[in-house]
Structure formats: C-alpha cells, structure tokens
Design a protein around this ligand. Sequence first.
Ligand code: ZN
Ligand code: ZN
Length: 794
Amino acid sequence: MDPVASEQTGALERRRLQVTGIVQGVGFRPLVFRLAHEHQLRGYVCNQRGHVTIEVEGRPVQVARFRHDLVTRAEAPARIDGLEESSLPPAGYLDFTIRKSGGMGHSRPAFPPDLAVCPTCLADISDPDSRYAGYPFTSCTYCGPRYAVIRSLPYDRPATTMTPFPLCESCRTEYEDPFSRRFHAQTIACPACGPRPEVWSDRSTRMAGDWRLICRQALQSGRIVAVKGIGGFHLICDAAREEAVERLRRLKRRPRKPLAVMVRDMETAERYFELTAVEREALQDRRAPIVLLKPHAALAELLPMNSLAPGYQRLGVMLAYSPLHHLLFSDALRFLVATSGNASGFPIARTNDEALTQLEGIADLFLLHDREIVVRVEDSVCQSVGDTVRLSRRSRGYVPETIPVPLPPSPRKDAPVVLAAGAEQQNTFCLLRENQATLSQYFGDMDSAEHLANWREGVRHLTGLFGAEPGVVAYDPHPGYLVSQEANRLFAGRQLSPVHHHHAHMAACMAEHGLTGPVIGCILDGTGFGRDGTLWGFEILTGDYLDFERVVHLKPLTLPGGEAAIRQPWLMAVSLYYDAVADMARTVSWAQERFPHYKARLPLVLAQLDGRIPTPTASSAGRLFDAVSALLGLCTVATYEGEAAILLGEQAEVSQEEEAAGPRPPEAGAYPIVISGGELQTRPLVEGLLEDVRLSLPVPAIARKFHRAVAGMVCRGALQARERTGLQTVVLGGGVWHNRYLLSVTTRLLVHSGFRVYAPEQVPAGDGGIALGQAVSALWRWHRNVSGGAGEGA
Ligand SMILES: [Zn+2]
Ligand SMILES: [Zn+2]
C-alpha cells in the first residue's frame, strides 16, 4: 500500500516537456489536452516556433502515465522526434489549457505537409444530415491543406490563408470542444462561414447555379475545366473521352507526355489496375501521390490508353484527394485527367487571376474559390519497383517533411544553415539545418524568367517560414545553369560551395540511406557538367561527401548540333552508328534509309561526326538510350525530356505474348561488354544490336538485351572500382534509374557480385533529388575546412 500512501501524501509534481517533430497542425495539442484530462493533470500546452511546450502538474504517478501515453499514443501524421524534460516547483495551476502560441524557440520547427481528406471527413460530406454535406472545404485535425496555406509559424489559424473566414458559432463550438475531431483544427470551415466555390466561364462571367452540376455537365460533354486545388490549378477533363483528351493535349501543347488520371475511389482503382500491396498502400497514403500503375486489359475498353500515355506500360493514377475533387466525380465520371494547370513556359497557376489569364483559351470553365494558396505545390509521383515504392517527383504531401542526414563525427554546434540550389531541370532546392534536410517542392525546369521567379519566391518562403538564414550556398558549377547564377546572385557574400552534378547524385543517395562513405557511385543520367568541362552521364565514381574520383565512364559520343541532340534522338542514332562502324559511306547510306525525312540535314551532321566541324561530346547514358530508341524507330524526335529513353525502357517490359509476330530467333543474354582504358565501349553492343535488327528480332526482345548489356556495363565498372579500392558498397543515382527494368536487372547483377546496393527511394533518383546531395556535401566540406583540412575538392 506504500505507493498509494505516498501518492496521497506526496507533493505535486510539475514537469515541463518540450516536444519536437511533426507536432503542429496534426491534432497534437488536442491529444495532449485529452491525455491531461484523462490523467487529471493541470497545466497547459502551447505551440512554439520550433516545438510544443507542455507543462503538467499533478500526482507523480499520473504525470508518469501521461508521459507514457503521450509517447505511445501520438499517431501519424504526428511524429515525436525529440522530448526534453525538466522538473519545476509546482505553480498551482487550476486547470489544463491550450495557450496561445508563443514566440521564438530555437528548436527546428517541423510541421506536416498537405494531407488528403480523411475517411471521416468524406463521410461527413456525403451525409445529407451533416452540416458539412457537399461542402468542398471540409477538414479536421487529421486532414486538409497545411503547407500550401501556411504563411508563417507557429501554425495557428491567423497564420494561414483561413484568416478571412471568421468561425461561425457551430464551427467555434467544434473548434473549442476538446473531444471533437476538429478541436483546434486550424482549417475548420463550413458552408456558413468558410470559403466557397464559384464557376466562371471567363474572367468577366460568373455562372449562376449549382457548381457541381455545371462542372459535371461540362466534363461529361467533353469540356476542359480549370480546377483550383490544394497547391495550384489542375486542368481536368473526362479521361474516357478521347476527343477531350486530344483537345487538351493540343491546347496545352503537350503532344505525347503522359497525363495523370484521378480516379473516383479505391474501388475503381482495385477494379481497373493490377495493384500490389505496396502500390495499394501508396495510393491510399494521406500524401496522395500519383502512382504509376499497370492497368488491367479491361481498362483499354473504357479509356483511350494511347492518348493518355502513349508507349507506356503504366498509367499515372491518383485518388481524388481533396473534398472538392471528390465532389466532381459521379457514376458517369469515374476517371478524370488531372494535369498541371499551366500554360507552357509558366509555373502552375496559383491565384484565380493567374488561372483566368494564363489558362484562357485552354480551359472552358474555371472552378475557383476564395481560399488563397500561399505556395505552389505540384503533385508527387512514385512507382513501385519490386517491393519498394520510389518517388520520381517529391512534392505535395512530402514537403516540408524533413529527411535526417548523416553528419561528420563530432559535428560543430555553430555549423551554418546550408541552402542548395538544385539542378536546372526538375528543380527542387534543399535547406539543411543541423542533420535535418528539407527538400523543397518541385519547381520544374528553370527555362524561363517565370520559373526562376517562382523558385526565388519558394526560397524566400521556406527560409522565412523556418527563420533560417543560409550561411553556405551549394550549387552546380555548370556555366549555363540559370539557377546556379540566381543562387549566387541572391546569396552574394555567403560562402559558396560548388558541387559537381554526378557527385551530388552520389551524395544524395548516400545521404538518404545514412551512409558516410566511401562508396562506389554508379551515376547514369542525361547530360551533366563534368569536372573536365565536358558533358558526363555514365559514370562509375568512388568517393564520399567531400570528393570523388572518376574510375570508369562510357566512351564519349559526339553530340551533333550540341545540346540540340537532346531533343533529336535520331542525331544520336547516327552518331552511335558512325562510332560503331567507323565508315562514312556506310553511315550515309544507313542514315538515308533509316531517317529519310532528315536527308537534307545529313551532310552537316556527318561533318560534325568526322570532326570537320568541332562538336561537343558526352559520355551520357541518357543519350545512349536515346540513340538506341531512335535506331529502333521508337522515337526520333522527343517532345519532352527523356521521351526516347523512357519509351525504350517501357519496351523492355512488354510481355513476350504482346511482341509482334515475325521470325523469332531465341532471345539470349545481353550484348557483349568491352571495357578498355577506363572506357566502356559501345561498338560491340551496337554491332550485336544491328545484327538483331537485321534478323528482325522483336523490339521488346532487343530492348531487354540492351538493358542487360547496360546493367552488365555498370557491374563491370563497379568491379573495376572494387578491385582498385576494395569498396563493397554501391549507390545508384541519376534519372536513368527511374527505368524499372534496368534498376531490377542491375541490382540483381550487383548483389550477385557481392555488392551492397542502395538505390534512391524517398528522394528522386533524377535531378529532383540532386539538391540533397549538394547540401550534405557542402556541409561536410564546411566541417572539414573549419577543422583545418585541405581545400575544396570540387
Ligand atoms: Zn478529416
Ligand atoms: Zn462554420
């Protein structure tokens, strides 16, 4: 009976807990409130800039139980990363309260990204008796927009774009009821007090009537609707109507790049797609990414697959993720194309005005509302390879969640914040504070003043939100990268840290997997600026965060027309052919037959190939894939980045039964691999490939042999690196690794050769992940430099 006796006689205990992690905007304070209530404790909970502070006062045993429950009952999306405790003399609190948010703290703020509508809110929306029936801005503490509507921290309603909507009495009651799901839900709103949808047919005509009926009717009659979503506008049309899809492509000037499809619900997805366990999980994740899925044959009877994703084996699919999206669907509308709402050259439209101006002439209708979007956040994209889901675009739903990265031994407390500018294509930037990296939302290609301005805004917003002042700026030293120049200009006077493209790819994969190195990096991508000033892209490197060495690379190929060859894979095919046969007359007659359309351009191309006109070269995996794709007739001119290479990768997955009929010599092994003088030779590969073309081996079979040859080249390169260094760990990096077949085959081969293999998962393998590598590399160099190491090793 001793404990009870001591409880009765014992003094009160007062404890202060400081909790860091994802604890703001996720129903964390309500949880604390309920727990305090349960354990009869008094005190308060309060959001601070970087953490949540809790003080509880009561009997020691209750305080201990409270602490235990707090740690065990905090559920996703909340995440406790750190808990600091201290004891204080009792203050004599009378009750437990949620206090107004406090000011600055020095801990790192972490708050959740935008989350898909939860099942309970969906049920509210479809319940005719609920006050949320049919209301497109329903949310609770577990769901709804966050990052896209937060102007500043701490996360409270006045810091969001919900400020113009004072709560009605019913909402206020729910907001203040600690036992309600909407207790302190900062985005709470209802038809009486919240944002409202409006339909406009152009910038001067607002349409009267029920917005749902108007939009559904328009979609069913094949029209295009611009819809204001969570992080920007989508252009939406009925995915089942080929003429609507084709019209959208024409107007958006997007002839072949795949379009993502939003489906009504999980039941529809289950019915029309082959789902593995991890794909099902990804699809239903509250981050609601686009997941590339293999359609059942039955879907081809419903949807024009060749218009949606020409040449692809999988379709990009996401579930409707906001209540507004859900309300657009009906029994007659189960699949909607949902593509970024932007005119070509512009970032996705954010404000009503931007949409009405930019999308005029593309959209027939505009579904607008008066809840402002603070920052553009595009949809994320992932796919499963084996049993692992890998992100190829990390944006909405994931940003600004932090990624923990390894630090050098005994890291210094005064380490600066690092800002990494990212790459020129598929840009994201990265903010690194201590060991927490925040990879930004996706900014796309930095090819216009508008995109650069959007990037600048994004940098300002995120650094402002976190109150983080970068002391070191990492960037890609490519002399033509506008984003590198912009970062240098914007942060003039800070310490600059150039990180080479392929080194950054390697470092990104290391950082994601918590590796400190050294490692072997197998980096396969398009064209990045190499250390010797030429273009690289098929690189077997060794190194760590500080520095790297180039051990093996692909023999460089001439890029006829320079960077123009990237958009014209047929030029690469001619270059590859000439390199293999080393015979001008044969090349001429082959090229004339293979690419008759471009006959007139051949003399100039040939003059570049035989060196009469000086022409750049590149040791790029992407260009090798392009060349083979064009050689096989899959894509001679690309309409989007990576098209030819991607179509070749897709062919490798075409099943045997689907292959064209014709003479079929047995498909065997891979094309021969020869490595000499640190260079992977393409000639034996091309000779084998041309022979198979002559024998009319089906394209998918050739594609598979080619992929296996590339896998073999990577493995041979890694083996050479191992011989030289003894390293056993391989990291993969570069956009070519988004190729599912290549990734599977190569990983198998490397593992079979005794390597430990790490491939990108949560951080995109392509240029969208490069900023993470830049940032970690720059931070490690800073540490090395302050501890008196050698100079920069870029
Ligand atoms: Zn909810
Ligand atoms: Zn209300």
